[in-house]
Design a protein around this ligand. Structure first.
Ligand SMILES: Nc1ncnc2c1ncn2[C@@H]1O[C@H](COP(=O)(O)OP(=O)(O)OP(=O)(O)O)[C@@H](O)[C@H]1O
Length: 784
C-alpha cells in the first residue's frame, strides 16, 4: 500500500421547498424520505424553472437527480401536454433513473398520465410505438436520440412541440469522439424542437465536470450557468493506493520482471471484502478483465468460503438486455455482494448500501476515478466507505500510486471535444439537412461554412429555395436568405453515423456448438479482439475463436478453457499530410499535424495467467488506413549523440520514450490509452529526422493529440519522471514496455529514453529562459 488518506464526513445544509413546487410533489418526495431539499438542489431547480440552462456539479450521491425532477414533475403536472426528455450515456443509468421516478410516483394517480418510458436499443418495437404515442417523459441515450428520434422526427412532432426540459445526465462523459458527436446531436435536437415551436430548458448534471458552465455550453452550443456549492451530507471515506508486488521467478517479454496483475490482485481483495460482509463493486478496465476478475474471486471463495461463491458475478456491456437487468436487480437487493464490472456501472447508478469500491487499474481519467469511487458510501447517515485503487503494471498507474497528489489533489480534467472535426461535423450536417433544410444561420451557428461548401461541391448537399410554409419550413429569420441546403437524393446519412466512433458495423460472436449468440463487437474493434485464435470470455465461460469473417460480420467460437489469454499485436506506418502548427526549440521541434496512419494486426501474444508470455502467433489480417491528427517531435541526431545516446542505435531510446509518452498522455488529455497510438523512427521520410508521433486513434482526430501538443512540457516531464522512478533495471511494463507493441517491445532502451526526455526538457527550458531564441509557430511549414 503506497498511500492511505481519509476524507472527513460533512453535514447537511437544507433549503425550503420552492413555492412553485406543488404540494402533491412535496408529499411524494417526503414519502421517499426527502423531507427538505439541500441548498444546491433548490438553487439548480429554481434556475431551470425560471428558464436558464443549468448544470448541477456537486459530488457523487449529492442528490443531483432532484434538481431536474422538481422542475420536470412540476411542469408535467401543471400542463397536461408538456413533455421531457432524459438523456444518459449508458442504458444502465437510464434504467436506474426510470426506476427512481417510478418509485416516486407509484400509487399516486395524479402522476398516472406521465407514463415515463425507456426508448433505447433494448426497447421492443411495440413498446416504442406505445411510448411515442403516450409517454410524456422519454428516457434515452444519444445514440437512440440520433437514430430513433431525430431521424424520424415527424413522428415525434407532438412530443417535440411540447418539449419543456432536456436532462443531460453525467455530462462529463461526453468527451472525445463521443462528446463531439453528442454535441452535434444536441444542436440538432434543439434546432428541431425550436422549429416545432418549443423552447426547452437543459438541466445537466455531473459530479466531475471541470469548468461546468463552459462544458455544458460547449455541449449544447448555448450559454449555461453552474451550481457547484454542495449542501448534502457525506460519510467518511478512506482512500488507499495499492501497487501489486513482483511475481517471483517469472519473467515477461525480453526477461522483464512481472508484477502481479491488477485483475488478479483485485480478485483477491474482492473475495476478502465479500468474506468480510462488505458489499463491493470492483471496476475493471476491459470486458474480458471483468470476467476474469469475477472468475478468480469465485475460485478463491470456492476454497475459502464456498457458501459465498454465488454472491459474486461480472457485469459489462455486450450482455443481452435481460441478463443486464437481472444483474442490476441482484446488486440492488444484495443478492450479489461482490461484482466485477466495467465502467458500464460507473455512471450515476444509485445503489445504496455499497461499502467498498476497488478500482482495478486507473480508469483513464481523474473524473472516472471519482465517479467509480462515488458508487460506495451513498447512505447519507452511515455512509462510511473504502476505496482502493490497484495499480496496473504500466507507466501511468505506477506514476499515480507513487505520486498520490497527481491523482487525489488534481482538479478533474476538462472534457476534450472537437465538434468542428470535419469527419464528425460533415455527417451530422447531412443528418441535420435531411431532418430540416439547413439555413444560412444554422451554418453560421455551427461554424460549418467550409464543410458545407465542401459537401455541396461533392454533391452531397444541394442548395435550393426554402419552403415558405408546411412542415418542412425551418425557423424563419428576418432578413435571412431564401435558399438553404438539402441533402441530395439517394443519400441516407443517419445510418452512416456511429456516435461511439466505431465503424457502425457489428460483428456477431457465435458459439457454433449450440448456435447461441454470445454478444456483439464493433467491426473495427473486432480486428484486435475476435481474430482466429483469440480467447473470448462471456459470463465466466471461456471460448476460443475458430474463424473470423469480417465480410459476413461473424466470429465463430467454441467453448474451451485454455491456460492463457491473448492480446493482439499491431504494426503502424504514418505519413504527415499537413502541419497545423510547429514550434522549434533549438534541436527540438514540436508539431501538431494531420497525418495518415496505416494499421495492421499482425498476430497475437499468448500470455499465461501468471503474466508469463507463452509465445507470439502470426496472423494475416487486412491493412486499414486512418486519416487523423498527431503530436510529433523531432530531435537532431547530433543533439541525441551529445545527450549520450548511441548514434548508431537511437531507436531503442525513442521507442521507449514513445511507449511511456502514450502511457502518460491520459494524464493531460481525457483519453484512454486505447484512444491513441504512437510510432517512433530514427529517420522519418517526411521530417528527415528521428521522430516520435503520438496520434488520435479516431478518424479525423479526437482532440487528445492536440491536448498533448498544448501541454507538451507537463506531459514530457511526467513521462520522464515515470521512467526514472521505476525501479526495474532495463525496462518493464510499469515504465517503457507496451502490451500493444507490434515489434515485441524490441528495441527498448530505458536509460536512453531518460536521456532523450531530459534533453527535450532542457531544450524547452532553454527556450523559456532565452525568449530571443526562435520558438516559431509556422502553420503551413513542413516539419524539418
Ligand atoms: N434532500 C434529500 N434528502 C435526503 N435524501 C436525498 C435528498 N436528495 C436526494 N436524496 C437521496 O440521495 C441519494 C442519491 O441521489 P442521486 O442518485 O440523485 O445522487 P447523484 O448526485 O445523482 O449521484 P451521482 O453523481 O452518483 O449520479 C438518493 O437515494 C436520493 O433519494
Amino acid at each position: 500500500m503506497t498511500h492511505v488518506s481519509v476524507i472527513n464526513s460533512t453535514t447537511a445544509n437544507f433549503a425550503d421547498w420552492p413555492t412553485w413546487v406543488p404540494n402533491t410533489l412535496v408529499q411524494a418526495l417526503e414519502h421517499q424520505g426527502i423531507s427538505r431539499p439541500w441548498v444546491h438542489q433548490e438553487r439548480a431547480a429554481s434556475l431551470a424553472h425560471n428558464g436558464s440552462h443549468v448544470i448541477v456539479s456537486t459530488p457523487t450521491a449529492s442528490g443531483k437527480s432532484l434538481a431536474y425532477q422538481l422542475p420536470i414533475l412540476t411542469a408535467l403536472l401543471a400542463d397536461p401536454r408538456a413533455t421531457a426528455l432524459y438523456i444518459a450515456p449508458t442504458k444502465a443509468l437510464g434504467a436506474d433513473q426510470i426506476r427512481a421516478v417510478a418509485a416516486l410516483t407509484a400509487g399516486r394517480p395524479e402522476f398516472g398520465h406521465l407514463q415515463p418510458c425507456a426508448y433505447d436499443g433494448d426497447t421492443e418495437t411495440d413498446i416504442r410505438q406505445w411510448a411515442r404515442a403516450h409517454s410524456r417523459w422519454i428516457f434515452t441515450n444519444p445514440d437512440m436520440l440520433h437514430v430513433g428520434i431525430l431521424s424520424t422526427h415527424p413522428r415525434w412532432r407532438h412530443f417535440l412541440r411540447n418539449l419543456r426540459y432536456i436532462v443531460i445526465d453525467e455530462c462529463h462523459h461526453y468527451r472525445g469522439v463521443f462528446g463531439s458527436h453528442t454535441a452535434l446531436v444536441m444542436r440538432r435536437l434543439l434546432r428541431l424542437a425550436r422549429a416545432a415551436g418549443a423552447s426547452p430548458v437543459v438541466v445537466a448534471s455531473s459530479a466531475t465536470a471541470a469548468h461546468p458552465a463552459e462544458s455544458l455550453s460547449r455541449l449544447i452550443g448555448e450559454p449555461a450557468v453552474a451550481v457547484t456549492e454542495d449542501g448534502s451530507p457525506h460519510g467518511e471515506r478512506t482512500l488507499a493506493l495499492w501497487q501489486p508486488g513482483f511475481v517471483p521467478a517469472v519473467t515477461g517479454e525480453n526477461g522483464a520482471p512481472v508484477r502481479r496483475s491488477a485483475g488478479a490482485e483485485s480478485a483477491r481483495l474482492l473475495a476478502d471484502f465479500v468474506i468480510e460482509g462488505a458489499r463491493t463493486l470492483c471496476f475493471v478496465r476491459s470486458r474480458m478483465g471483468a470476467e476474469l476478475t469475477a472468475r478468480q474471486a469465485r475460485q478463491i471463495l470456492a476454497a475459502a468460503a464456498p457458501e459465498l461463491v454465488d454472491k459474486v458475478a461480472a457485469y459489462r456491456a455486450g450482455y443481452l438486455a435481460d441478463d443486464r437487468r437481472r444483474l442490476e436487480r441482484a446488486i440492488d437487493d444484495a443478492e450479489l455482494t461482490g461484482v466485477a464490472t466495467t465502467n458500464a456501472l460507473e455512471l450515476g447508478i444509485d445503489i445504496s448500501g455499497l461499502d467498498a469500491v476497488i478500482v482495478a487499474g486507473y480508469p483513464g481519467s481523474i473524473a472516472s476515478f471519482w465517479q467509480q469511487a462515488g458508487r460506495a458510501g451513498r447512505q447519507h447517515h452511515s455512509g462510511d466507505s473504502l476505496v482502493v485503487l490497484v495499480a496496473r503494471d504500466d507507466p501511468l498507474d505506477t506514476y499515480l500510486v507513487n505520486n498520490p497528489p497527481a491523482l487525489l489533489d488534481k482538479p478533474v480534467e476538462a472534457a476534450v471535444t472537437d465538434p468542428a472535426n470535419p469527419y464528425i461535423l460533415g455527417p451530422h450536417l447531412l443528418c441535420a439537412a435531411a431532418e430540416l433544410p439547413l439555413t444560412e444561420r444554422d451554418v453560421d451557428d455551427w461554424g460549418a461554412r467550409t464543410v458545407v461548401d465542401e459537401l455541396t461541391a461533392r454533391g452531397a448537399l444541394t442548395r435550393r429555395r426554402l419552403p415558405t410554409r408546411g412542415a418542412d419550413r425551418p425557423r424563419p429569420h428576418p432578413g435571412s436568405a431564401t435558399t438553404g441546403w438539402y441533402v441530395s437524393a439517394g443519400i441516407e446519412p443517419h445510418a452512416q453515423v456511429n456516435l461511439r466512433g466505431g465503424s457502425g458495423e457489428e460483428v456477431l460472436i457465435v458459439d457454433t456448438t449450440t448456435g447461441r449468440l454470445l454478444g456483439t463487437v464493433d467491426a473495427v474493434r473486432a480486428m484486435s479482439t475476435v481474430y482466429a485464435g483469440a480467447v473470448h470470455i462471456h459470463q465466466g465461460e471461456t471460448f476460443v475463436v475458430d474463424e473470423f469473417d469480417l465480410d459476413d460480420g461473424l466470429a465463430l467460437t467454441h467453448p474451451e478453457e485454455p491456460d492463457w489469454t491473448t492480446s493482439a499485436r499491431e504494426t503502424t506506418g504514418i505519413s504527415v499530410d499537413r502541419v497545423i502548427s510547429e514550434r522549434r526549440y533549438g534541436p527540438l521541434t514540436v508539431a501538431f499535424a494531420e497525418v495518415t496512419v496505416t494499421h495492421q494486426v499482425i498476430g497475437y501474444l499468448r500470455t499465461l495467467l501468471t503474466g508469463e508470455v507463452l509465445d507470439s502467433v502470426p496472423l494475416d489480417m487486412p491493412e486499414q488506413t486512418l486519416p487523423t491528427r498527431a503530436v510529433l517531435y523531432t530531435l537532431t541526431p547530433r543533439a541525441l549523440a551529445d545527450a549520450g545516446i548511441d548514434p548508431a542505435a537511437p531507436a531503442g531510446a525513442l521507442h521507449a520514450a514513445e511507449h511511456a509518452a502514450i502511457g502518460l498522455l491520459p494524464l493531460v488529455a481525457t483519453c484512454d490509452r486505447g484512444d491513441i497510438g504512437g510510432l517512433s523512427t530514427t529517420l522519418h521520410p517526411d521530417t528527415g529526422l528521428p521522430t516520435v508521433f503520438v496520434y488520435d486513434g479516431h478518424l479525423g482526430g479526437a482532440g487528445f493529440a492536440e491536448r498533448g501538443h498544448d501541454t507538451f512540457a507537463r506531459w514530457i516531464g511526467a513521462t520522464r519522471e515515470a521512467i526514472a522512478s521505476c525501479r526495474c533495471a532495463a525496462g518493464c511494463p510499469s515504465c517503457v514496455q507496451s502490451p500493444k507493441c507490434g515489434n515485441g517491445n524490441d528495441p527498448l532502451d530505458k536509460s536512453g529514453a531518460i536521456a532523450a526526455l531530459t534533453l527535450i526538457q532542457r531544450c524547452l527550458s532553454d527556450a523559456a529562459a532565452d525568449p530571443g531564441e526562435p520558438a516559431v509557430t509556422a502553420p503551413t511549414a513542413s516539419v524539418q
